[in-house]
Design a protein around this ligand. Structure first.
Ligand code: SF4
Length: 505
């Protein structure tokens, strides 16, 4: 395939050092040399992890190892309405009011967070992004409105459910980035959002950075980073019916804790990983940050190629890329083998994503609300599993559905099961479905945000990715993270429920 070559890394020659003073210190030098030799031999056979390979190439080096501080070239910088104005402010302050960005074709700006709110400062943030994109000639600005000289104002009188966006609006950044052809294997993606790690599903090094770093990348296209150690999660077998990718990542985070991967790469591979769909890989990679991970990464395969090639072609974005491939005996800081066939529907309880329990053991946990949406849980495949459980039934608690992107809204409204669309099946089940795709209540937002928890003491089961106190609104509320199937089953009973009870639906 044109433009696609697997990364191969050559080796620096290793030279054994001899002791200068001889005699009594020989015992020290051979030991040190032996340790160094073993480490180097890893590289001598190209034994870097996927993450190290990408970082080495981006730094123009033949090899790197965990702990190295290196300057890497960015392929894409993404920002959104919450961090974009701050990033632009840093860029202008440091590089000058009339400075030009390092590469206007490598900056992607996606308003998605605080969009469908009457909060005037949030609306103004979208205008700041528009002004900057126009000034810089940035093509990949996915504006909320079609008028490039206009102002965004959410019209609360029209309500939350009917769409209020123009033709270029793209929805949640992490879901929109791959769909719009901006994620490519082997590349470096920096984003001003912690869940940027989701693009690791595409064999890419993708990580979240702060506004200051992003302002620097905006001006130079470079960033100094420390090469992370890599943790290895080998997935074997296949998921059983009723168990989803969300259960895999909740299981893994439960194993290591919500800080167990702090500043580490999480590499997912093995036969079980290659059996997973692209959406499933995105769900898993998305939540690496919930264990503190620097990035997540999957192997490149035919599924990756099919997805990426179709999206870059459809959107006319850069079509060449160079994936990285695994070496067999690369070194990891940690190893976990996960037999997917043994996993069960899993819940991360309040107050952090590492509080793992089995859904079947939580049937005495009463709930007030259910929520499906976000970059993690608002994809078409998530809503399909949500609808599969709810079809022909009625929810008994307040239940909200927020697709991640307008394209997903269209998918759900145009895909029929029998005489009803998936969208209609959900509405008939009592789900409040909004066409205003975006982050919505995943991170709370202004008080008029759709689905936001505004009352103290509410317990919500959610297909989102983070459940620290106050994440979805009120600080005294509790959020339980689960798969869309588990959220659906729980919405039907008003308590945490194992979706396998509804497999016949
Ligand atoms: S949907 Fe939630 S996790 Fe994803 S980008 Fe938006 S706020 Fe962040």
């Amino acid at each position: 395939m044109p433009g696609r070559n697997f990364c191969s890394q050559n080796l620096r020659p290793f030279r054994l050092k001899r002791p200068l003073n001889g005699g009594g210190r020989w015992h020290w030098f051979p030991l040190k040399a032996a340790v160094e030799l073993v480490a180097r031999l890893g590289y001598a056979h190209g034994l870097m992890t996927l993450t190290e390979k990408i970082l080495a190439r981006a730094a123009g080096k033949t090899s790197v190892q965990a702990g190295d501080n290196i300057w890497v070239n960015a392929d894409v910088l993404m920002t959104h309405d919450v961090c974009g104005p701050g990033t632009i402010g840093v860029f202008k302050r440091e590089f000058g009011q009339t400075a030009k960005v390092w590469d206007k074709n490598k900056i992607v700006i996606i308003p998605d967070h605080y969009i469908f709110t009457a909060d005037s400062k949030s609306n103004r943030n979208v205008d700041i992004l528009r002004d900057f994109s126009r000034e810089q000639g940035i093509e990949y600005f996915y504006d909320v409105i079609d008028d490039s000289n206009g102002h965004w104002v959410f019209d609360a009188a029209k309500g939350n459910l009917k769409r209020q966006y123009g033709s270029r609006y793209a929805g949640v950044c992490h879901t929109a980035l791959p769909a719009k052809g901006h994620t490519r294997p082997g590349e470096i993606l920096f984003g001003t959002d912690s869940h940027t790690c989701m693009a690791g599903a595409f064999n890419q090094f993708a990580t979240g950075i702060g506004n200051t770093d992003a302002g620097f990348v905006m001006g130079t296209g470079k960033l100094l980073i420390k090469v992370p150690e890599t943790m290895h999660f080998r997935l074997e077998g296949k998921l059983q019916p009723g168990v989803m990718a969300k259960d895999i990542i909740l299981h893994c985070i439960g194993e290591i804790g919500f800080d167990g991967a702090t500043y580490r790469a999480m590499q997912f591979d093995g036969e079980g990983a290659s059996n997973l769909s692209i959406d499933d890989r995105m769900t898993i990679a998305n939540m690496a940050i919930e264990a503190g991970g620097k990035n997540a990464i999957f192997e490149f395969d035919a599924r990756t190629a099919e997805y990426v090639d179709a999206r870059v072609k459809l959107n006319g974005t850069k079509s060449t890329y160079e994936p990285v491939a695994r070496d067999k005996h690369e070194k990891f800081i940690y190893e976990l083998v996960v037999d997917l066939s043994k996993l069960e529907p899993t819940v991360a309880c309040h107050p952090d994503p590492g509080q793992r329990k089995k859904a079947k053991d939580m049937s005495d946990t009463k709930l007030d609300r259910a929520y499906v949406g976000s970059c993690t849980g608002g994809k078409t495949s998530d809503f399909v599993e949500f609808a599969r459980v709810l079809r022909g039934k009625k929810v008994v608690i307040d239940t909200f559905g927020v697709p991640a992107t307008p394209d997903i809204v269209n998918d759900l409204q145009s895909t029929f099961w029998g005489n009803s669309t998936i969208w209609q099946i959900l509405v008939d089940a009592g789900v409040q479905m909004t066409e205003n795709a975006g982050c919505a209540a995943c991170l709370g937002g202004p008080v008029d945000t759709f689905g936001r928890i505004n009352k103290s003491g509410i317990k919500c089961i959610s297909a989102t990715n983070r459940n620290f106190p106050g994440r979805m609104g009120d600080k005294e509320s509790q959020v339980f993270l689960a798969s869309p199937a588990t959220v659906a089953a729980s919405a039907l009973t008003g308590k945490v429920t194992d979706p396998r009870e509804y497999l016949d639906n």
